[in-house]
Write a protein that binds this ligand. Structure first.
Ligand code: T3D
Length: 261
């Protein structure tokens, strides 16, 4: 597929998705959302893709919904239908993709843009980047999974403050409250995120995918259900070629070569 609003490149097992509407801080409209959804499906389908790196072009990561597309009187006026079509499938795609997804937040992440990042597995941000649950400023509610991820990541008190006050927080604050994994200088963000993605792409992909399945389920399961799911996933991981390779390499005191199977 040819993309107009994102860039999609595959190298060393990593699919890099770059949101590419820098003039409007990579805000998302319907066509761009469709491209992100297609890129995630492509990443899920292709065996040689073993990690995904999501980032933004220019000075912003993503300013959420393109407000021009949804201004009063515009063609998109049923927000429920729009959320189901443009945002829900992206969050589902990110969480259901049983491969690690790294998000490199290169600048401001606002509204659905912030929550797009939170739906990824490992979020790195440039020190200059910021996060804002901007919805309350325009009379909307956190979507794109924000109302799910926020309280689980930072607790109800902080989630409520972030969602209701719509204050911008820095990348360092986001790390401090457990919203994201870590921050680094802007100049090294791309290299750090790429290094992490290439590393993960060479790890036991099947096991990492099952780990992601477990972590997804842990947010809703009780202990008994989760223990059973762990047993099932361990069964599947134990039958993988990468497990055989990992143990053989350990016993032979050599570096393992994982194929992702
Ligand atoms: O149907 C549904 O499901 C609705 C879904 C809603 C989900 C949402 O995401 S709602 C939230 C939508 N997003 C916003 O409300 C954020 C709006 N933007 C901002 O508040 C600010 O731009 C930022 C805080 C993100 C960054 O501020 P700053 O000062 O660094 O940049 P700027 O000057 O405001 O923006 C730069 C340009 O990008 C500017 O265009 P210009 O003047 O250079 O021609 C601005 O208009 C444009 N831009 C920024 N955000 C958006 C946008 N254009 C369209 N839509 C945007 N969201």
């Amino acid at each position: 597929m040819t993309y107009r609003f994102i860039l999609f490149e595959v190298d060393q097992g990593v699919a890099r998705i770059t949101l590419n509407r820098p003039d409007v801080l990579n805000s998302i409209h319907t066509a761009m959302s469709g491209e992100i959804q297609e890129a995630l499906m492509h990443a899920a389908r292709e065996r040689e893709i073993r990690a995904v790196l999501l980032t933004g072009m220019g000075r912003g990561f993503c300013a959420g919904q393109d407000l021009d597309e949804v201004r009063p009187g515009a063609t998109v006026n049923d927000f429920a239908a729009h959320a189901r079509k443009a945002y829900t499938p992206i969050v589902r795609g990110l969480r259901a993709l049983e491969k690690p997804v790294i998000c490199a937040v290169n600048g401001v992440a606002a509204g659905a843009g912030a929550n797009l990042a939170l739906a990824c597995d490992l979020v790195l941000a440039a020190e200059e980047a910021s996060f804002v649950q901007v919805f309350a400023k325009i009379g909307l509610v956190p979507d794109t999974g924000g109302s799910f991820f926020l309280p689980r990541l930072v607790g109800l008190a902080r989630a409520t403050a972030l969602a209701m006050l719509a204050e911008k927080i820095t990348a360092a604050q986001a790390v401090d409250i457990g919203l994201i994994y870590r921050s680094c200088p802007a100049a090294s963000l791309d290299a750090e995120a790429s290094k992490l993605a290439v590393h993960l792409a060479a790890q036991p992909t099947l096991g990492l995918g099952l780990t992601k399945r477990l972590l997804n389920a842990a947010w809703v399961n009780d202990l008994e259900t989760q223990l059973e799911l762990e047993a099932e996933c361990q069964g599947a991981a134990g039958r993988s070629a990468d497990y055989a390779e990992g143990v053989a390499a350990f016993l032979a005191k050599r570096k393992p070569v994982f194929t992702g199977q």
